[in-house]
Write a protein that binds this ligand. Structure first.
Ligand SMILES: [Zn+2]
Length: 195
């Protein structure tokens, strides 16, 4: 069985989830913010992969450091996400003063997912759903009894569609879809909501 832990990152209280399994020396992440704190938690285990819920900078700002530390780490996103990882304007890092421009263009690390894909993470089946609206790069991952929804669905919070390339209608459809898909699942959202 998978153990899921998370940290709340310094920038905008985004979350980085850490997926572990007993007897495995590998871990996986969902999104990647404060890499130093993730590495403290991970200890001498190896980060094998990162599932990106979307490529807005507050969810990816630790990736460059992570790739330096684990050069063979695999980073999963959709086709639009591949482009946004390269572009500080598309990933919005250009507009944030908390960190320098982010541009990740290492094809050996980046893997492309699309609607309906399935992959295995630490021996567990992961189902991939495209849930655009907040960003065209939004993916929802269903693993065991959990749904990692990123910013496409944060219970109790209105999905923000004020960014460039956001789409309010798509966001509404995606929320409906996630609610159906994940009706029996624990929602693991992209941010810790701070009142
Ligand atoms: Zn976002």
């Amino acid at each position: 069985m998978l153990t899921v832990d998370f940290i709340t990152n310094k920038v905008l209280h985004s979350r980085t989830y850490i997926l572990c399994k007993e007897n495995s020396n590998c871990v996986w992440l969902v999104d990647c913010g404060d890499t130093d704190r993730v590495l403290e938690k991970v200890g001498d285990k190896i980060v094998e992969g990162v599932l990106l819920t979307h490529t807005h900078s507050d969810h990816i700002y630790g990736l460059e450091e992570l790739i330096k530390r684990y050069p063979s780490v695999k980073v999963y996103t959709n086709a639009e996400g591949v482009e946004a990882l390269k572009s500080p304007k598309l990933n919005l890092s250009h507009y944030h003063s908390e960190y320098p421009d982010i541009s990740i263009d290492t094809p050996n690390n980046v893997c492309v997912l699309k609607e309906g894909d399935e992959l295995f993470v630490l021996g567990n089946l992961v189902k991939v759903y495209e849930t655009p609206g907040h960003s065209p790069t939004c993916l929802t991952y269903i693993i065991e009894d959990k749904a990692f929804t990123g910013d496409a669905y944060i219970p109790g919070v209105k999905v923000f569609t004020g960014f460039p390339h956001a789409n309010k209608q798509q966001a509404t459809l995606s929320i409906e879809r996630i609610r159906k898909l994940a009706s029996n699942h624990q929602i693991m959202p992209g941010h810790t909501v701070v009142p």
